[in-house]
Design a protein around this ligand. Sequence first.
Ligand SMILES: Cc1cc2nc3c(=O)[nH]c(=O)nc-3n(C[C@H](O)[C@H](O)[C@H](O)COP(=O)(O)OP(=O)(O)OC[C@H]3O[C@@H](n4cnc5c(N)ncnc54)[C@H](O)[C@@H]3O)c2cc1C
Length: 457
Amino acid sequence: MDVVNMEMEHYHLVGIGAGPANLSLAALLHNNEKAPNLFIDQKQQFSWHDEQMLDGATLQVSIFKDLASLSDPTNRFTFLSYLHDQGRIYHFLNAQFAQVPRREFRNYLAWAAEKNENVIFGEKVLHINFNDAFIIKTNKRTITANNIAIGVGTQPWVPEFAKPHLGKENFHICEYLQKSSNLAGKRVAVVGGGQSGAEVFLDLLSRPFHERPSQICWISRRRNFSPIDDSTFTNDTFIPDYSNYFNQLPPSVRNKTIKENILTSDGISEHTLRAIYQKIYYSRFVDNDGRAIGLYPNRSVLDITPSKDIAGEWKLTLIHNDFPEQPEALEIDAVVWATGFSPASKDFLAPLKERLRSEGGEYVVDDDFAVQWDGPANRNIFMQNGVRGQRGLPDVNLSLNAWRAQRIVGRLLDKAQPKEQLSSFITWKGLKPDDVTESTVSSLIGFDTLKVMSNGR
Ligand SMILES: Cc1cc2nc3c(=O)[nH]c(=O)nc-3n(C[C@H](O)[C@H](O)[C@H](O)COP(=O)(O)OP(=O)(O)OC[C@H]3O[C@@H](n4cnc5c(N)ncnc54)[C@H](O)[C@@H]3O)c2cc1C
């Protein structure tokens, strides 16, 4: 059993991981003397999907969804504060970006990590035990904490059959910038119909003449290359009010809702789709440059095998979802797997695992994102970006970072949660006969004259 040694450094909170989720918590706790805190990341230095920082890639959410603005607009780690600190606040305004460049947001996150002395890199958390306090063993030392916040994010995912063949010209998108420089003249397949796949396909289409692949195919399991739904009422499902509603639905309804709404988070930005379409138009009708461009939606990749006869050639076997009886084959020289990410390992929790409540592959959290466990009520394990099944699609993107972090701070400091922002225009809950009265409706949406009948009439 690990024991607490009085000489070990002790914190009120230790965060494992320093991606946007835990950086948001670090921002809200900065300079708070009641909650000494430390955030530890295994990377040598801050990065945020750096291998996918392609020219033209933009943030897919509003810039107000930064580390702090939505819960503490006066915080010194907001995006506005970054711009001001860098002396470029007028230039940013005058640049009139329709969407913020992803690289600029990455630089902002790096700035926030660097300016916060409680965030450190180059240290990996190996295991965590508990003996009145959490005992956190890293590859460098052992420290203790009253509470921990897990924000370890995701890791690259490729299908099992692809794993043995990964290498120089057959790689996951998380290695794109370092491995994509020698694709000139090659037949390249991009597998994956989300935003990342779209950006790579566009990048390959946009390369100057001497760097171009001779053939570019884009394969997606979805029926078409589908846009992200970024419309107003859809975005009302990315606010706290909806997250709370979603949380109290039965698990089967939550799962169904996630599947039905996947394009609200995993679809492709319209401007990227338009740019791709226009590139293909140019290639085929204006420049007539003879490149082979293949668009193959509605297919699943079943296998990849090296060619027996030609070194460096691969056979990609596909199945068309509407004609599954006839597998299709593509001969190619390189594959980029834009097949997404899965939750990162939390093996460091193994010593505590039996004490934590889990369901459907997730640790079960309460309203403040603390895992339900058999330990003391004033010792919490907060879970960031790890409960999509309980909190819905926003849990794994940037939308609710600042709000979730604020809830965690409230719990950590044992103070009442601040007043929530107004609820959605939409009534998510089922109405009971007495729920709707003239006064409740007018206070919700501010229409003094609205008359509503009870009993649904
Ligand atoms: C290319 C790309 C673009 C995206 N763009 C958007 C966007 O525009 N809008 C949006 O809302 N979402 C976007 N996302 C989703 C994205 O996953 C999240 O925005 C965000 O990165 C999740 O933050 P996180 O802190 O939970 O995890 P991560 O960013 O994955 O950070 C987790 C950190 O934990 C560290 N870690 C893991 N294990 C340990 C350990 N044992 N010890 C110490 N450290 C550890 C890792 O090194 C890592 O730095 C994008 C994703 C990708 C891939």
